[in-house]
Design a protein around this ligand. Structure first.
Ligand SMILES: C[S@@+](CC[C@H](N)C(=O)[O-])C[C@H]1O[C@@H](n2cnc3c(N)ncnc32)[C@H](O)[C@@H]1O
Length: 201
């Protein structure tokens, strides 16, 4: 899978970025809910599969101390460059979300976001993400993630059900589930993306 993304970033084909404004309303609704229970400064946020930093930068601008992790070196370099150009402080680390303990991430995260990275992973890799997140997140942390509905789609992401999300994060409970409201282009209409917010059980 990292090969797939290496190629996409190398050729500059990142359609999820073009669609990101469609994803923004529910993302912002859920982050508003997370922030509603906190005082500023909000603390540390971890962006899993951060890509070129689309959501990391938005969180940093909202007042989070953000670290993004991605397995593709070019994505990490682009994210650093974008942050610098935007004058935003955010840290980007190269590594796999399935081995968070091997990356120089530290601990103490109060927010973990995953926008369409979990979406791609096998059940085994998702379980590894879950235990990695358990180890780096604070007891009062929350998770926000966006996944497609589960289906066989050849080389495209298998997506995940609510049960898949719950299984990957057994120490957490789903406190919000929102449907993606934007109208997607025809070939993507069946993917029915959903947003989840989780808190520690
Ligand atoms: C659909 S893109 C979304 C990127 C970003 N979250 C966004 O919304 O702009 C999925 C991202 O997950 C990253 N990714 C896939 N598998 C990964 C892994 N095992 N560890 C870290 N990143 C991974 C890819 O490199 C890619 O940047």
């Amino acid at each position: 899978m990292s090969r797939y993304y290496r190629i996409l970033y190398a050729v500059g084909f990142t359609p999820w970025e073009a669609d990101s404004e469609n994803a923004a309303p529910e993302f912002r609704t859920l982050i508003d809910r997370v922030e509603g229970g906190l005082e500023r400064p909000f603390g540390a946020a971890l962006d899993l599969g951060c890509g070129r930093g689309r959501w990391s930068l938005e969180l940093a601008e909202r007042g989070w101390d953000v670290t993004g992790i991605d397995v593709v070196p070019k994505a990490v370099l682009d994210a650093r460059r974008r942050a610098e150009e935007a004058g935003v402080a955010a840290r980007f680390v190269e590594g796999s979300v399935t081995a968070l303990g091997n990356a120089d991430l530290g601990t103490g995260y109060r927010l973990v976001v995953d926008v369409e990275c979990f979406n791609h992973l096998s059940d085994e890799d998702r379980a590894a993400v879950g235990s990695g997140v358990d180890a780096v997140a604070e007891p009062d942390a929350e998770i926000v993630l966006l996944v497609w509905s589960r289906a066989r789609r050849g080389p495209f992401p298998p997506g995940a059900t609510r049960e898949d999300v719950a299984a990957a994060f057994p120490g957490w409970r789903i406190v919000d589930e929102l449907a993606y409201q934007a109208r997607l282009p025809l070939p993507l209409r069946g993917i029915n993306p959903r947003w989840y917010r989780l808190a520690r059980a």
